[in-house]
Design a protein around this ligand. Structure first.
Ligand code: SF4
Length: 343
């Protein structure tokens, strides 16, 4: 099988160009063909010599892979399924009035085992490489219209930081897609060592899956709490500046009977005090064999108003793509079915 050029940096492409007998500045030319002109075959790289292109073709291909399946929700959300090796992963395109957002997957399955998440239930099947991640941006029908991306699909992006970092570089570099980092949000349960790296090595926005301010209760549903405690996660985040360009938000899925009491709201206010942030309250989508249900709208509203009284900006996130199992926590990488946003 040929190696993909997609997902490589100009430096790596320069080395590949050299091997093919091309001058090393061809690395930049190839990057431009891949990420700016978005060509689909090496033959289209017309400013490279014919001999060079032929030599490249012997071992390499551009490597854009079309989706194996697409489902469209009645609200316009579309779920794309991609085959990656023996696994299937999903990307979700969410249109609204002003934006077209891509919800990106970073792993096939996930190791983190959050009990409310369909991805977590299927276990871990492998990391996506940068080509698999960038392919989600390039192979969908709305590829040219995307305005934003959220790493909230299948997998924990900070459990695959090297590949995700490279993808973020391609998305934001002037030689790549040249997106502002403000258009990209990475969502994590807080893999502490790599969270530090993300905060140091990237300027993209951060979303943390919080869901419960009480450690013992959080650990019940999110085993990763044992390794990386919320207190330490918030302590680390408070060391960085979120008062200007970069934003941090906290995802809080509201479960009836688990995390929706006034005591939870008060503890959340206390935990986040002093941090310029937002809390996104997410409606829980019922999954099989799970003890808690969806909180009614009135409960969501009351919880929001308690947070706002405590000085925390809070929004209730609209649910999208539920009928095609594309909503938060439902991604499972199956052709006829249905993440991370439910973290
Ligand atoms: Fe993994 Fe996120 Fe699902 Fe937790 S919520 S199991 S971190 S994909």
């Amino acid at each position: 099988m040929k190696e993909r050029l997609l997902g490589k940096t100009p430096e790596e492409l320069a080395a590949i160009a050299k091997e093919a007998g091309l001058p090393s500045f061809a690395g930049k030319q190839i990057a431009r063909w891949l990420y700016v002109n978005r060509i689909s075959s090496i033959g289209e790289m017309t400013n490279l010599s014919k001999a060079g292109r032929e030599a490249l073709k012997e071992s390499y291909e551009v490597g854009i892979r079309p989706p194996a399946d697409v489902q469209t929700s009645k609200d316009g959300t579309r779920k794309y399924l991609f085959e990656v090796g023996d696994n299937a992963i999903e990307a979700v395109m969410i249109p609204d009035a002003e934006r077209i957002t891509l919800c990106v997957s970073s792993q096939a399955g996930c190791k983190m085992g959050c009990k409310f998440c369909m991805t977590g239930r299927q276990g871990f099947h492998g990391n996506l490489d940068a080509a698999d991640i960038i392919n989600q941006f390039f192979a969908i029908d709305e590829a040219g219209e995307l305005t934003n991306a959220v790493f909230m699909g299948m997998g924990e992006p900070l459990d695959n930081w090297d590949n995700v970092k490279r993808a973020l570089e391609i998305i934001t570099a002037p030689w790549g897609l040249a997106w502002s980092p403000k258009r990209v949000t990475l969502s994590t349960i807080g893999v502490l060592p790599n969270l530090k790296r993300f905060l140091e090595e990237s300027k993209c926005h951060l979303a943390v899956s919080l869901h419960n301010p009480f450690p013992a209760e959080r650990e019940e549903m999110m085993p990763a709490q044992k390794a990386w405690s919320l207190t330490e996660i918030v302590r680390l985040i408070k060391q960085y500046d979120f008062t200007s360009q970069r934003r941090v938000s906290f995802e809080y899925t509201v479960f009836e009977g688990w995390n929706n009491t006034p005591a939870h709201a008060e503890a959340l206010v206390k935990l986040l005090r002093g941090l310029e942030c937002r809390v996104n309250l997410i409606r829980f989508h019922k999954i099989p064999d799970f003890p808690y249900g969806t909180a009614p709208d009135t409960v969501m509203e009351e919880f929001r108003s308690k947070l706002e009284k405590g000085g925390i900006t809070a929004t209730i996130r609209a649910s999208r793509g539920e009928d095609i199992f594309a909503a938060c926590g439902l991604l499972a990488g199956k052709h006829n079915n249905n993440s991370h946003e439910n973290q």
